[in-house]
Write a protein that binds this ligand. Sequence first.
Ligand SMILES: C[S@@+](CC[C@H](N)C(=O)[O-])C[C@H]1O[C@@H](n2cnc3c(N)ncnc32)[C@H](O)[C@@H]1O
Length: 234
Amino acid sequence: MYAVDIGASPGGWSDYLATVHGCPVLAIDPGVVSCRSPLVRHVPKLLQESFGDVRAFAAEAAEAGRGGLGLLVCDMNVRPLEAASLIRTLCEAAPLAPDAALILTCKETQAGRSKALVAEAVAELSDWWTDFRSLHLLSNGKERTLIAHVLQASPERRAELRAERAAAAAEAKRAWEQKVLTTPSPAERNKEKMERKAKSKATKNQAAAGDAAAPSSSPQADAVAAAAAEPAVA
Ligand SMILES: C[S@@+](CC[C@H](N)C(=O)[O-])C[C@H]1O[C@@H](n2cnc3c(N)ncnc32)[C@H](O)[C@@H]1O
């Protein structure tokens, strides 16, 4: 299986694929890739500058009877949507094997938005990939790992799917934005709490001042007060 490792430095994925699975690997990253296996070929460039290299590698895979690229692994530290968009361009540039798979690590680039970010990436990829699974692996932390298989479809079907998924992703984004707009921020919640406290304190103070000024309503207290005020009659 011919694999492309996108965002490969320092070489963890490439090393694993070459040494454990015997895959020829095209490792794309401007950073250092230190793998000893001769199966790993490093392209020291960004993915957007490497489509020619990927095309040549895929042609080699096709010549070797593999039908094209068998596996795309992507761990670039960029927004999931940006990674997905670059992967789409790669799919248009180089043939994929009929059973090709994709493993994309979706980085959580905005706190609490990982699901929406994954949905955006899925929408972007859905005309080339199918059977999406979004996993939270032990090694993931705040990331999510998106797994998919290549979609066998006509160009027309690809266009339809792309439109459907984009609409679903837009709806998910709208729902998230609505939630953000209607949920008070911690600062707003704190301000509301302080205002409630101040109001309650003012009400208590007012009540206390009223009690002190008000005449006594108890007959016994009135009698005691009267006795204290009037001199005793002999
Ligand atoms: C988390 S590291 C990858 C770790 C690697 N997968 C491993 O297993 O050792 C992310 C890498 O993405 C690379 N990167 C970011 N944007 C890129 C791009 N547009 N094209 C290629 N690589 C990119 C960075 O240079 C960085 O080395």
